[in-house]
Design a protein around this ligand. Sequence first.
Ligand code: A3P
Length: 342
Amino acid sequence: MNSCTKEYPYEIMKLDPEEHSEVFKQFNSEAGIIEDFVRVGPKGYWFPHGFAELAQKLYNMEVRPDDVWVITFPKSGTTWIQELVWQVANDFDYPKAEAIPLVERFPFLELAMFYNGKKARTVLGGNEKGKVLLDAVNKTFDQVSSMQSPRFIKSHLPLSLLPPALLDSCRVLHIARDPRDVAVSFYHHYHFFRFMGYSGNFKQFWNLFIEDKIDWTPYFENVKESWRMRNHPNMLFLFYEDALKDLPSTVKKVAAFLGKAVTEEQVRRLCDHLAFDNFKKNKSVNFEVLKDTGATSTERSFMRKGKAGGWREYFNEEMLQQAQRWMEHNLRDTDLTFPSVK
Ligand code: A3P
């Protein structure tokens, strides 16, 4: 450890064998690359075991004053807001955005945690495209570190697991979404990314989600860490539901936050670019390129519904009550509320 490196302040715990076998009853696919999970720190943030190898590096990475970070809980509209932010910050460079995939323009900081194990090498190393993917993903952290400024960085980590100087050094955006829609979207994501090897049904997934046994959970702790900092001048806290209701206002808020003047015509064109039906077809953001690697399902798509309130179709009466109790319990100590959806 050099003199600038901070000691990692959290304990990283492996699951005990009993819990491991209980959870892995829902992860029995041959295609899966996850071998184990860990819990981190007092809040017990849950990750694939590959996080352990990255934790210290992530915590100690250098942040730059002109970095722009989008941090979210997964499935909250991250990709949508990343493209919005990148376009505003880059003066609406549509040709560049089309030519360079979003994952390169706006890399996903902790992505290697899924791919740095033995099983990933076995499953993905079997074909040429898989090998290229594996190699690229495992270099993400180093690429972020050596990227030219200004950097655009995506992470699903809560603030406490990111560099402590982050918020005082650079601009950070958080977008949050009703956790019931997040859970439904995440469930489909677990099936879309075949390498997750997930085989459970939605009810089983929901139970893991509220028991904090899904990657990046506990959901509320993750979101509340950013919510508490929402008045910090370097933090912009947004809601998915607000962006759906009034995208032009969200674009203008982001532009003001990034110190960019935008015209009505620029806002209109960007909203058209970001409209769900156009976004779904946009190869730079829709992850279709992964299909050939075998990492994703050929029957499902990353851009699924793009709606608010769709969770109602997935919850029976018992789950509805359970969700209500879970949300009330987790919202009891905060003024965080989600925008209402008709
Ligand atoms: P659904 O699965 O409910 O459709 P993330 O980027 O954080 O993984 O979030 C993915 C979710 O955002 C998906 O939700 C996806 O469809 C939705 N999404 C992506 N682009 C969108 C857009 N342009 N408009 C509305 N929702 C969008």
